[in-house]
Design a protein around this ligand. Sequence first.
Ligand SMILES: [Zn+2]
Length: 451
Amino acid sequence: MTDPLFQYTSSKRHTLDTSSERHTLDTSSERHTLDTSIEPVEIIPPAQDFGFAVNTRLDGALGRTGTISTPHGDIQTPAFIAVGTKATVKAVLPEAISELGAQAVLANAYHLYLQPGPDIVDEAGGLGAFMNWPGPTFTDSGGFQVMSLGVGFKKVLAMNTAGLGNDEVIAEGKSRLAHVDDDGVTFTSHRDGSKHRFSPEISMCIQHQLGADIIFAFDECTTLMNTRGYQQESLARTQAWAERCLAAHDQLTSSRAGRPYQALFGVVQGAQYEDLRRQASRDLASLEVNGRNFDGYGIGGALEKENLGTIVGWVCDELPESAPKHLLGISEPDDFFSAIENGADTFDCVSPSRVARNAALYTRDGRFNVNTAAHRRSFTSVDAECDCYTCTHYTRAYLHHLFKSKEMLASTLGTIHNERFIVRLVDDIRASIDSGTYAVFKRDFLGRYYS
Ligand SMILES: [Zn+2]
């Protein structure tokens, strides 16, 4: 049996010299070995096409507007990054995502590693070329999915943790199908039960093949339920992995010279503990391998909604001001304000498309379900103030009908609206910072949305 998931390792030009047995994986049916042999390559200095410039600072807070430059274009920040987990924003064409103003797309290394395999994406010319998205792209490292979809958790990062014991969200023994050791994570695919292993080096190889403009260091994603002792142990591991990611990235960047430069972001963990978050931020900021530092930083881990802004603030307070910061995964409109004013420049959020597929649509007056009986005869747009394709061409009654009859177009039209709503909200927040009217905009928006 040849495992297509490991075909990419046979490509010499992408090999990573680690010359260590630790990257071998015994799946009991066959021994898969990452080809880590060195092949001499002409070293050409990588093009430094990545940059970040701060434009306007928010008075008395860490928030700012800025511009991230990538080989595939600029991102005006703060920016909402549309989630295209499997190299597609579900139900919509990339052209529609571009038309509604999204500046960048984030896909997931874990999902694309399992299907179609990073070698295929590489052969296609990278993530953007593969999915016909000419703009900037991100991939996250797969750390979160390895732990959650790899069935490491009984529940996927339960946010409502009241009343649960420390171990109740972490599956034990046989039922725990993601196992972390100091070298990496062995996990079971959520798709077919096959066994796999991610390590910092493997994640970097995969993300280099996927070819996104911004990639993330491989980290261990803990839950809020882990003990403080475990968080500390995990943090030490994430820090060691960060250094290995930087080393692997440095080598891959050199060996793949001539390709568009990929920026590597270190990921800050530390759960809800201020001292751990601050220390982790300082440790990552001081990491240097062959003169290379992280190009930016991700803020990871489970965050309770009420602490989100505070935690982002601790981290951004410690990290270099000149570096862009990405908050990995947030949910609702009020979270954007908390994240932005505490220093997050970009963030991804699966909610707009996920809830749209369940008929939940955003308006300036709050979220509503278009599939309820009240909208059977609503011959008005989803949101009278929205300029999206859905709102300018279709009625609530039509969307109601599509959702009721389970037509695919329901998801498409709903997603176009919700993504546009969030893109525009973040555009408006950015404009309000630039014009010095952030506080007024925030008060008005939140007052109306949550009234
Ligand atoms: Zn709309």
